[in-house]
Write a protein that binds this ligand. Structure first.
Ligand code: V47
Length: 396
C-alpha cells in the first residue's frame, strides 16, 4: 500500500479507465465523457477535474471587474429558453439611447471595469450601423476598456440584415472597436434540442462557423453551453467535443462557461432546472473534456455564489465577475444579486483556499497600482504556498 494522502478513490467501475487516462494526460473521448456525466461518483469526477485544473493553474483563481450592458431586450427570435426578449410593443420592452449606454459605461469605468460585456436582443428595426456607432462611441470615450461584444447569434443576424458576409460583418465590428466576442447563444448545438429551445437562432454549425471566422480574423471569443433543460448527456458531450474540435483548429476560444438553465418566465417554465449535482458535473466534465481550453469559468450569477465557490474545487479557475445589472437570468427568475464587490469575490475565492488574481478579458493580470481606483490586489506569482499533488496513489 502506498501513501494514501491525496489519493483518488474511484468507486464507479466505469470511471476507472477514464481516471487512468486523465492521470496519464491522455485525451478523453465521447464514451469517457458519457461515463463522467452518468456517474454518481461526484467526488471522483471532481477530483479528476481539480487535478487538471491545478496542473494548469495551481491555486490561482481569476476574476474580473466588468459591466454588462444590454442595449435592448427587443428580440425577433422568441426563443423558448429565454425570459429576456420582448416584442417591440410588449410591456417591459426597452431600447437604451446611446447617451444612456455611455452613461452606464462611464459608471462602470468609475467602478474600475476593464471590460464591457455587451449583448442584446435581435431588434427588428435597428440597423447594423447603430451597433457600429455604439461601439465607436464607447471606444472613443473609454479606449482603455476591452469591448467584448455581440454573440455569434447577433453576428449572424447583423450579417443577414446588412446583407454582408459573416467575414465582412466581423471585420466591420473589429474596425469599429470590438475586441472580442462573448460566448453566448451556443446553447446545445444538436439540432433536436435547438429546434425546441431556440428554433429561430442560428444553427449549431453556423455558430461554430462564425466563431471560426472570428478567430481567423484575430477576434478571440468565449464559448458556452446551456444545460439543465431537455438535453441528454450524449448531446452535452457532442457539444463539448464540437467545441474542442474547433479549438484544435483555431485556438481562438479563451474561456468556456457552462450556463445553468433558469426556467422561470420562459417557454420551458414547466421544467425543474438543473440540480447541484448537474452544476458541479457541468464544470468538472467540461474541464476534463476541453483539454485545449485554458480556462473554465464559474458564473456565480447562475450558479449562486455558494455553488460557484465550490466549483473552484471542481475544475473552475475563474469566478465571474462583478457583473452589474444582469438581466438575462434575473428575468428568468434568478434570485442571486446583480452585483458582487471585488472584496466579496476575493473573500469567496480565499475561503475556497485559492489565490485571487484580477485579470483583464484575455487573462493578463490587471495592475491596480497603475490604475489605483481600488486597493491593490494579490500578486499572481506562486507565492501562495501551492504544492502540486506529487504523491498520487490511484486506488483502482
Ligand atoms: O446565450 C438565456 C443563456 C446566455 C436563459 O462570454 C439563459 O464571458 C439560463 O452567454 N436561463 C447569455 N440561461 C449569457 C452568456 C455569458 C454569461 C457570462 C459570461 C459570458 C462570457 C457569457 O444566457 C444566452 C443563453 O445561453 N440564457 N436565457 C435562461 N432562462
Amino acid at each position: 500500500m502506498g501513501l494514501q494522502l491525496h489519493a483518488l478513490q474511484v468507486n464507479d467501475a466505469r470511471l476507472q479507465p477514464v481516471a487512468a487516462k486523465v492521470l496519464a494526460g491522455e485525451r478523453l473521448d465521447a464514451a469517457d465523457g458519457l461515463a463522467l456525466y452518468q456517474s454518481h461518483d461526484l467526488l471522483a469526477v471532481g477530483w479528476l477535474a481539480n487535478f487538471v485544473r491545478e496542473k494548469k493553474h495551481g491555486n490561482v483563481t481569476y476574476f474580473n471587474v466588468n459591466r454588462h450592458i444590454n442595449p435592448t431586450n427587443v428580440c425577433v427570435a422568441h426563443c423558448k429558453l429565454c425570459a429576456f426578449g420582448r416584442s417591440p410593443d410588449s410591456p417591459g420592452a426597452y431600447n437604451f439611447a446611446l447617451d444612456e449606454i455611455y452613461k452606464r459605461a462611464g459608471d462602470g469605468v468609475a467602478e474600475g471595469a476593464t471590460e464591457f460585456h455587451i449583448v442584446g436582443g435581435l431588434h427588428p428595426d435597428l440597423p447594423f450601423e447603430y451597433y457600429l456607432t455604439l461601439i465607436r462611441g464607447l471606444k472613443e470615450r473609454f479606449p482603455q476598456v476591452h469591448l467584448k461584444a455581440f454573440t455569434m447569434v447577433e453576428v449572424g443576424y447583423y450579417a443577414r440584415i446588412s446583407k454582408r458576409s459573416i467575414r465582412d460583418t466581423l471585420l466591420a465590428m473589429k474596425n469599429a472597436g470590438v475586441d472580442s466576442l462573448p460566448g453566448g447563444g451556443a446553447e446545445i448545438f444538436h439540432p433536436r434540442v435547438r429546434k425546441i429551445i431556440c428554433d429561430h437562432k442560428v444553427s449549431g454549425q453556423r455558430w461554430l462557423e462564425i466563431a471560426r471566422t472570428a478567430h481567423e480574423l484575430g477576434l478571440r471569443s468565449n464559448a458556452t453551453m446551456l444545460y439543465g433543460h431537455i438535453e441528454t448527456a450524449e448531446e452535452r458531450v457532442d457539444h463539448l467535443l464540437q467545441l474542442r474540435a474547433t479549438q484544435d483548429i483555431t485556438h481562438g476560444f479563451v474561456t468556456f462557461i457552462p450556463l445553468a438553465f433558469h426556467p422561470a418566465n420562459t417557454g420551458l417554465a414547466h421544467l425543474p432546472g438543473p440540480t447541484g449535482m448537474d452544476d458541479l458535473k457541468a464544470i468538472a466534465v467540461s474541464r476534463l473534456l476541453l483539454d485545449n481550453f485554458d480556462h473554465i469559468k464559474a458564473y456565480w450569477i447562475m450558479l449562486t455564489p455558494r455553488i460557484a465557490q465550490v466549483a473552484l474545487r471542481f475544475g473552475a479557475n475563474d469566478l465571474d465577475g462583478t457583473v452589474v445589472e444582469e438581466k438575462i437570468y434575473h428575468d428568468a427568475g434568478a434570485t442571486t444579486p446583480e452585483f458582487m464587490t471585488r472584496a466579496e469575490l476575493e473573500r469567496l475565492i480565499r475561503a475556497a483556499g485559492r489565490v485571487p488574481v484580477e485579470r483583464d478579458t484575455l487573462y493578463n493580470p490587471v495592475d491596480r497600482v497603475k490604475n489605483p481606483m481600488t486597493p491593490p490586489r494579490v500578486s499572481p506569482s506562486r507565492s501562495d504556498g501551492f504544492v502540486p499533488e506529487t504523491s498520487l496513489t490511484l486506488n483502482l
